[in-house]
Write a protein that binds this ligand. Structure first.
Ligand SMILES: Cc1cc2nc3c(=O)[nH]c(=O)nc-3n(C[C@H](O)[C@H](O)[C@H](O)COP(=O)(O)O)c2cc1C
Length: 310
């Protein structure tokens, strides 16, 4: 275990190795993060690059065990409760609104797709800076994306004002004793890094690479999984496609990893469902960047808040 009570970067390993060997951590020690260590992690986030240096993000530190338990059950991931620290990363267009008002400046960030686009990047960059710092300090972390399934509940739980929207949660802590950290295999770099212009992946080459990466894993075909998989295929294309995909699965002796991921786990027919609910949740949070901007809205909202618009 890489205990590091002094909050110093462990120089027995090259810092870069920590990055190259990193992996998500899901088994946490029952040990709090020392304030001096956490300070450095947080500072790494605050120091991150930010478009225009507007820093339109906030992170909420959650240490309370009851809240961590609640988040774990909301996200359907029990292990989360063991992490001594949850960091809820939010897109924050509220703070700059307060600032603009304080400085008598016009402000339309929640109505601007440009603002949204760069703000979302800012949130993730800051989160990753903290995760990288955590890795370097002997801690570990894992992103939790399922927090996006209940944005309204999360906004209420953490009293997020209008203009603040949860993006991702990070669980952080020391690795539990004896935890084996195995770096996940990734696509070969040649498929991801392109020289000068985009190079179309060769399907056979890509497939061979993926098969090797996933150790040729096959998931057994069961009555229920066949039904789910067939339904996903038929809903997205048609019955003939479902039949052809099943024939491939039977021929190879199970569902391959692409079939498992897109036909069973991240079901292709389920993932796009509820798109408009997410839009509604953002609207509820005061975001208007997906709508045509009308100056009148601004005038009205300023009048509602008791300000004069000239
Ligand atoms: C945006 C995002 C959301 C994720 N959500 C989850 C999650 O809900 N639960 C989980 O256990 N891991 C989650 N992960 C971690 C990924 O599963 C993990 O990064 C991936 O399997 C690769 O493994 P590695 O991080 O060890 O390289 C998420 C990662 C990202 C970047």
């Amino acid at each position: 275990m890489h205990g590091n009570p002094n909050g110093r970067i462990d120089m027995t390993t090259r810092p870069l190795d920590r990055l190259l060997e990193r992996s998500s951590l899901r088994r946490f020690a029952d040990r709090d993060i020392e304030p001096g260590v956490l300070d450095q992690v947080l500072e790494a986030g605050v120091r991150s690059a930010s478009a225009g240096n507007l820093q339109p993000w906030s992170a909420i530190l959650v240490r309370d065990p009851d809240t961590r338990n609640r988040l774990a059950s909301m996200c359907f991931q029990e292990f989360m409760a063991d992490a001594p620290l949850h960091l809820l990363f939010c897109l924050d267009m509220h703070r700059n609104e307060v600032l603009a008002r304080a400085g008598a400046a016009p402000y339309t960030a929640p109505s601007s797709f440009r603002h949204f686009w760069v703000s979302f990047q800012d949130v993730v960059i800051a989160a990753q800076s903290m995760c990288t710092a955590a890795d370097m300090l002997g801690l570990g972390s894992v992103y939790i994306g399922t927090i996006m399934e209940s944005p309204s509940e999360v906004r209420e739980m953490f009293s997020l004002p209008s203009g603040v929207f949860p993006v991702v949660l990070v669980c952080m802590g020391y690795p539990r004793e004896g935890t084996e950290r195995k770096a996940a295999r990734k696509f070969s770099r040649r498929f991801m890094i392109h020289e000068e212009k985009y190079s179309e992946p060769d399907p056979d080459d890509l497939w061979a690479d993926y098969q090797e990466r996933e150790a040729h894993r096959l998931t057994p075909i069961g009555e229920k999984t066949e039904l789910v998989f067939r339904t996903a295929c038929a809903n997205c294309v048609d019955e003939a496609f479902a039949e052809a995909c099943m024939a491939r699965a039977r021929g190879q002796g199970g569902f391959n990893e692409a079939q498992r991921r897109f036909g069973l786990h991240y079901r292709a027919d389920g993932m796009p469902c509820g798109n408009l609910d997410f839009v509604d949740a953002m609207r509820e949070a005061g975001m208007r960047f997906f709508e045509r901007w009308e100056r009148e809205d601004l005038v009205m909202s300023m009048q509602e808040s008791g300000e004069e618009a000239d």
